[in-house]
Structure formats: structure tokens, C-alpha cells
Design a protein around this ligand. Structure first.
Ligand SMILES: [Zn+2]
Ligand SMILES: [Zn+2]
Ligand SMILES: [Zn+2]
Length: 449
């Protein structure tokens, strides 16, 4: 019996997706197996002169073929290409596809991401993995962001994607550079200028200050200049010799628009994309990094699942957050005090009931944001004496010295806020808020541990 689909067959002919203009000109195409229809199956992309790479990448991303090896036969530089064809001949098509055989096998071994909610992040990881490269930040003046990653051509919102992956431990960062960005449109294509502190004009002239020894008058040089000679405007004497009659103790900046003079100009930014002006002390900035795959990143791209950090991530920065083991220890200590002295003790849980469904249907980014928001809501009802811990699906709060009315108010506030503020695109979040009494502590310990 023969295997109908044999990827390892070395004689299998490569099928090219040929992308370019005036393809009828190229005789070599008669001798190769190719298609110009991106929706048909193909193994390798061949860019010919006139290829619109922007449109190509958008379509490859859309239909789940962004990892396809690309050969560049066009005259234009294209950094994302995996091989360069030096002439448009059948032999060169063959040579390049042989060169890319290992890459093709590596791509074929990965899961299909085409319908995955985290497609963009998974592609970023898989491009680095299959190309054995780190994601290298490069100057990209053609983009308002000014920085790009040639491997990630075709992936929108790459800064956000990469930071999410790094925050989840799937990529390691190393610093590239910090860029300022426009407060209005976010562009980093900014003109940095020295400006008049009174009117913000950049029409500044730096002038030497002149100090006349004999009368102690001090002013910008311009005030002393008369017919190419220096005359003191105060005492009317001529200044002849530097260091004898006068000296120059420093300089001032004179504004050509409003005549204001100052010893130090301000720094300001003008956006070359939208024209917006931002003062130097109010300008935002963004740190850019190179990124390297981590072992966790490799597991994620090989399984096609980005790990989400669960409800633990909701409380990671909350005051009073403790490990589950410590929480149980405190739980028993407070339980003893509460029963011996008949003191009130509140225990509340916030449980995510449909986490499995959410992980499948909602992107990692959206989930992370949702957990952060739930964390904020919980924080608002906590006092500094309260303790909190979390399992992947639930958050538990211990509120000592809190009577029933206080607990009811807290539960009500959390339920209402989650209903009003937490919403997800295309999925419903199902949350239960429960309270426990002293009799439930044994059972609670089992859930938490
Ligand atoms: Zn702008
Ligand atoms: Zn001015
Ligand atoms: Zn003078």
C-alpha cells in the first residue's frame, strides 16, 4: 500500500506560487509547476518583478500561509525573502527550492494556525523558530513607528504582540533603542527643536553676552553693535579690547519672533506626520527590543497554544496577595480566633466558570486584559488587612473582622462591577461570586490546595 500524501518524497515536484506582473514574458515558467492563484495549494512563493508584497503578505496571513518560504526573483530588496533567485530560469527555481527544502519541512511540521485566535503571536514565534533567527529590531523610516522587524512583515500591531509574548515568558528581550512618540498620533517621526520659552518658536539666535567692565552694563552683543564696532548703549563708550574693556561671560538665546531672550532654550517636538507640537517634558516614549525565543515559546508554537496565566495574573500585583499555602495557614489561624472569641470572618471567592471555553475562543491578549480588570475590581473592595490568593480559575479573599453586612456589600460590588465593566468581544464571561462560613473551611482548603 502506498501513502497518498508523502511529504518526504525527494522527487516530489515543488509547486510555486508565482507573484508578479507580466508573467507571460518569462519562458522559465513553462518548465516549472506553478500557480498564480493564491488560494490553490503551493509549496514555495516566488516573487517576480512588479510583485506587490504588501498585498501578498496580507493574503498569506489571512489564509494561514504566512510561514511559506519565499524566493525573491524581483529586482527590489525584500528582507523577508528566504532565498534570492539570481536569474529567472527553471534551473534557478530548482536551485532555490532545494536550498529551502529544510525550511519547508520545518514549516510543514508545525500546526495550522489559520483559525487560531492567537494567530499573529504564534506566527511571530514560528517565524523566528523556522528561520533560526531572533526577531531583530531595525530602523524603518518608512513606518511612523520608525522601527520594524523584517521577519514580521505581514503581522499588524507587532509591538503589542511582541510585548505580550515577552510578558508571558515566550520571548526574551534585549534592548534596541528608546524612541519618543507623538502624543497625538503615536508617530516617532518627530523633529526635535530648541524653542523660545515664551512663544515656542524655533526661530532662535544664539548670541554672546557682552559685559562692559567700566560701567558694568551687560547685554547681548547685538545691542553693542554699531557700524561693525562695539559701543556701549549705556555709557556710550567704545569697546576696543577683549579682556581689557569687556568680556563675554556667556550667551543668550534671542527669539526672532517675540524678542524674548533667555539663557536656556526649551526642547520641543513637532510631529512630521500630524503636525502636533509636544513640549519636551510631556513627550511619550517607547522602548524597543530585539526578541529571542525561549523554551516556553518553542512549546507554544509547536502546540499552537499560547499559555495564559489565569486568574493568578489578576492578583499578581495586589497588596495582600499570598501563596495558596500561606493563605491556608492564615485561614486556620483566623478560624481559631473567630471561633474562640466569636469574631466575624469573611471568606469570598470569585470563580471564572467558563475558562476553558474562553481560552479557546478569546485571544491571549484579551484574556490578559480581562484578568487585569477583574484584579482591579477585586482590589477596590480589599482593605490592607485582607489576604488574597488564586488558583487558575478562582480568586479567594480572606476578610478578617468583617461582619455579614460588609461581606454582602463586597460581593454585591464585585458582581455589579464585573457585569458592568468586563466585556469580551464574541464571548461571554461567566463569573460566580460566593461566600464561605467557618463550616466550609475544610472543603475550601481542598479547593485551594
Ligand atoms: Zn503626530
Ligand atoms: Zn518667542
Ligand atoms: Zn558701558
Amino acid at each position: 500500500m502506498t501513502n497518498p500524501i508523502d511529504d518526504t518524497n525527494p522527487d516530489a515536484e515543488t509547486r510555486f506560487l508565482v507573484w508578479g506582473e507580466q508573467l507571460e514574458k518569462y519562458r522559465a515558467l513553462d518548465e516549472i509547476n506553478y500557480t498564480t492563484d493564491i488560494e490553490e495549494p503551493f509549496d514555495v512563493v516566488a516573487l517576480l518583478p512588479g510583485a506587490d508584497t504588501g498585498q501578498l503578505l496580507a493574503q498569506l496571513f489571512q489564509q494561514g500561509d504566512l510561514l511559506s518560504p519565499i524566493i525573491n526573483f524581483s529586482d527590489e530588496a525584500f528582507d523577508r525573502a528566504d532565498a534570492t533567485g539570481h536569474s529567472i530560469t527553471a534551473a534557478e527555481f530548482q536551485r532555490c527550492s532545494d536550498e529551502l527544502a529544510a525550511l519547508s519541512r520545518s514549516v510543514a511540521s508545525l500546526p495550522d494556525y489559520s483559525t487560531n485566535a492567537d494567530k499573529a503571536g504564534l506566527y511571530a514565534l514560528a517565524l523566528a523558530y523556522t528561520r533560526h533567527q531572533r526577531l531583530e529590531a531595525q530602523w524603518l523610516p518608512s513606518s511612523p513607528l520608525m522601527v520594524g522587524y523584517s521577519l514580521l512583515a505581514g503581522i499588524a500591531d507587532y509591538p503589542g504582540q511582541l510585548e505580550d509574548l515577552a510578558n508571558n515568558g515566550l520571548l526574551n528581550r534585549s534592548s534596541f533603542d528608546k524612541l519618543h512618540n507623538c502624543n497625538h498620533c503615536g508617530s516617532s517621526r518627530l523633529n526635535v527643536r530648541e524653542e523660545c520659552s515664551a512663544c515656542r518658536s524655533s526661530n532662535l539666535n544664539e548670541q554672546s553676552l557682552i559685559h562692559h567692565y567700566s560701567c558694568a552694563y551687560q547685554a547681548p552683543e547685538q545691542e553693542f553693535l554699531r557700524n561693525n564696532k562695539l559701543n556701549c548703549p549705556k555709557c556710550k563708550k567704545e569697546l576696543r579690547h577683549y579682556a581689557v574693556d569687556y568680556d563675554k561671560p556667556g550667551s543668550v538665546f534671542l527669539c526672532g519672533d517675540c524678542n524674548h531672550s533667555s539663557s536656556a532654550p526649551l526642547v520641543g517636538f513637532v510631529c512630521t506626520d500630524c503636525g502636533n507640537h509636544t513640549d519636551g517634558d510631556a513627550i511619550g516614549s517607547r522602548q524597543w527590543y530585539h526578541y529571542e525565543l525561549t523554551p516556553d515559546g518553542i512549546v507554544a508554537l509547536q502546540t499552537g497554544v499560547l499559555p495564559y496565566r489565569g486568574m493568578q495574573s489578576a492578583i499578581s500585583t495586589t497588596i495582600g496577595a499570598v501563596s495558596r499555602r500561606d493563605f491556608i495557614k492564615h485561614l486556620h489561624a483566623f478560624e481559631r480566633v473567630a471561633s474562640r472569641y466569636d469574631r466575624p470572618l469573611g471568606i469570598i471567592s470569585v470563580t471564572l466558570l467558563n475558562s476553558e471555553k474562553l481560552v479557546q475562543e478569546v485571544s491571549n491578549r484579551q484574556l490578559s486584559k480581562t484578568f487585569a480588570l477583574i484584579g482591579e475590581i477585586i482590589c477596590q473592595v480589599l482593605r490592607t488587612s485582607d489576604l488574597i490568593t488564586a488558583t487558575p480559575d478562582a480568586v479567594f479573599m480572606l476578610l478578617p473582622e468583617t461582619a455579614k453586612e460588609g461581606i454582602d456589600i463586597a460581593i454585591n460590588r464585585i458582581s455589579t462591577a464585573v457585569k458592568e465593566k468586563v466585556s469580551l468581544e464574541g464571548a461571554n464571561i461567566d463569573i460566580a461570586v460566593d461566600q464561605y462560613g467557618l463550616d466550609d473551611i475544610e472543603q475550601l482548603q481542598e479547593i485551594i490546595a
